[in-house]
Design a protein around this ligand. Sequence first.
Ligand SMILES: CC(=O)N[C@H]1[C@@H](OP(=O)(O)OP(=O)(O)OC[C@H]2O[C@@H](n3ccc(=O)[nH]c3=O)[C@H](O)[C@@H]2O)O[C@H](CO)[C@@H](O)[C@@H]1O[C@H](C)C(=O)N[C@@H](C)C(=O)N[C@H](CCC(=O)O)C(=O)O
Ligand SMILES: Nc1ncnc2c1ncn2[C@@H]1O[C@H](COP(=O)(O)OP(=O)(O)OP(=O)(O)O)[C@@H](O)[C@H]1O
Length: 535
Amino acid sequence: MSLNAPSSAEPLRPHRVQPVDLKHLAQRFGLQPASASLPLGQTRVTGVAQGSTEVGPGDLFVALPGARAHGAQYARQAVQAGAVAVLTDLDGAALLAQEDLQVPVLTSTQLPGVVGHLAAEVYGQPAGGLTTAAVTGTNGKTTTATMIDHVLRKLGKVTGLIGTVEVTLAGASRPAVLTTPQPADLQRFLTCLREAGGTDLVMEVSSHALAMHRTEPVVFTVAGFTNLTQDHLDYHTTLEEYFEAKALLFTPQHSRHQVVCVDDPWGRRLAQRLASSPQARLTTLRTPLADPEGQAFPATWSIEAVHHEPARTSFTLRGPQDQRLETATSLPGDFNVANAALAVLMVHAAGTPLEEIGQALGEAGVSPVVPGRVEAVGSGTSGPRVLVDFAHNPGALEAVLRSLRPTVQGRLVLVFGATGNRDTGKRPQMARIAVEGADLVIITDDDPHDEDPAAIRAELMAVAQSARPGGTELEEVAPREAAIWKAVELARPEDTVLIAGRGHETVQDVAGEDISLDDRVAAAEALRRKEGSPA
Ligand SMILES: CC(=O)N[C@H]1[C@@H](OP(=O)(O)OP(=O)(O)OC[C@H]2O[C@@H](n3ccc(=O)[nH]c3=O)[C@H](O)[C@@H]2O)O[C@H](CO)[C@@H](O)[C@@H]1O[C@H](C)C(=O)N[C@@H](C)C(=O)N[C@H](CCC(=O)O)C(=O)O
Ligand SMILES: Nc1ncnc2c1ncn2[C@@H]1O[C@H](COP(=O)(O)OP(=O)(O)OP(=O)(O)O)[C@@H](O)[C@H]1O
């Protein structure tokens, strides 16, 4: 997330920060003046920024190395924007040795780990006065976080929500860039939330963020685990490493209460680990999605009496001492029952009695709008049902296809592709899941990034061809917009079209070029044409 995302109306900056002496920060965090630095003098800091475009007057600019550049290359821009000092690593200091920046330059060997701690000090430990909830897992983070936010708002709380789709402060949204923001951005957001009278923060925490210390030093009131299946192995190398990054959120340094869904082996492993930790305050949840071993796993809470109605799914959460909550969700799919239950239990674990949650939710239950997650497109009055979804890994694709199947009257038509330059091991699995779970599969492009889109499609097609059961039809169509049009064109009124992989996204990255494409807009247009065309 960049708090100053290009399309946001104005930068999100706190207004009431007590200036902090740079000397105090240097002493507190062991920062050393670079060899050619100006003396620290009376410099006072009122903010911390990690990107030059986010710097405001009074900020300390933190210049870190990246994949494309070293932040020190932007130090001059940062100073022009009002930075009163620069903090960097030894390479950054070397880059700045000949620059006359007119502000002190400090170095630390503890970067990036120290950034969040330092920013929290400058902003006065803003998380301190808030109830904070963090969700991690491969799939369901955005949905569950949005559901928690929804429950809290129903309870009358003033919330901040940080996630992949958007960043919302007290009801006003701006687009997100990262799932979990950089540490200085997070502390700035928390400060703005406090200034807006906020009571609660809800956020998604990615495995990348945990590995990169982005949320430190926040100790979340409650942390939730959804599930773990293959994804992001371009970054983490092994599933084991990916799991251990997620597991960090459930250590005492990161959370006080932990709610873990034990449906899959990784959730059970986490729960077993926490059960033997004296500092953990663990709640476990088993849902109808549990694998055979999960069905027999003793959990604090379970879900029963699931009833699918046309516009909602009702269910009962049952817990210790025969505690129960009957509620519902309007979001389709069994996995959304799991997400809703996790959301409710996280709010409960953070301190709200279950009855109060039930009363606040009423008949409608846990029913927020989550953009691009099994989102229905079109008027819904005639023609095929068309859904746009964010499933872009094997676990999500399997879950969404499996949970849609009982609701499909005709054929299940799937449009999907695979992302370039990301965890290529997902591709064969996704191709297999696609042909096994849908009746007509149209393979197309996702975000190819720098890879050849035709080669990605060929890789998917080869597996899909050989794994395809007799009745499954298979096509390759590119570009993606054409594939969406083709799916809608081929769909009969009783069919369901699932356009998977890009959800809420509005820009497709093809060889570094941003191509405007919103699957929802493309599908709606295709439906309009189809509905308007003679039968
Ligand atoms: C690996 C990683 O975390 N990369 C993030 C990082 O990029 P980078 O280190 O390569 O930065 P760079 O572009 O080389 O620039 C170097 C430094 O110069 C600074 N800079 C750069 C340009 C400028 O004009 N001014 C300026 O000051 C940058 O702030 C940065 O500190 O800093 C950038 C600015 O904050 C991020 O946008 C970028 O995330 C990229 C987009 C990314 O893809 N991150 C992924 C790995 C990620 O974090 N994903 C997770 C999980 C998603 C999921 O669950 O699906 C997430 O939490 O989002
Ligand atoms: N509990 C779940 N189990 C399995 N699949 C799920 C679950 N919840 C959602 N999904 C599937 O995963 C997709 C992504 O959901 P969501 O955006 O909530 O997850 P996420 O963890 O935030 O994903 P990402 O990290 O990729 O942004 C959904 O569109 C749906 O297909």
